[in-house]
Design a protein around this ligand. Structure first.
Ligand code: FES
Length: 130
């Protein structure tokens, strides 16, 4: 942990902790938030999924978009790594393939913020167990 040297450092720490607490509170009802899952198996990471996840987390923060971002194992679409699943509140999951930072930017701007479909959606080939 960084040292607190002045009032500005203390305020910065307070803001960080408050935003983490806010996110934790909201994560108890994830279905009301944008949920993003990034496949992070070893070969996903080799294909750039860590950079994709970091980009998504940073950009959501910069753009003040509340979302729960988690990492998963292989989603089964290894040919299209890095793969990212996005669930908008009340909508079916959408899985996007080949998500680099340019594609992640497009997903955030057009799909998450605008609700418009973007290229790169992989048809989901699984069913959820209720
Ligand atoms: S191992 Fe990366 S998506 Fe399958």
């Amino acid at each position: 942990m960084d040292k607190i040297r002045n009032l500005a450092d203390l305020r910065e720490l307070k803001d960080k902790l408050q935003s983490k607490t806010k996110l934790r509170d909201k994560s108890e009802t994830p279905e009301q938030m944008v949920q993003i899952k990034v496949a992070m198996a070893t070969c996903c990471i080799a294909s750039g999924s860590r950079e994709t996840m970091n980009y998504i987390v940073d950009e959501l923060d910069k753009r003040n978009i509340d979302a729960v971002v988690t990492q998963t194992g292989c989603m089964g679409y290894c040919y299209a790594e890095p793969t990212v699943e996005v669930i908008l509140p009340g909508k079916e999951p959408m899985v996007f393939g080949y998500v680099d930072s340019r594609k992640a930017d497009e997903i955030i701007e057009k799909y998450i913020k605008g609700g418009m479909l973007v290229e790169g959606i992989i048809p989901v080939n699984y069913k959820k167990i209720d």
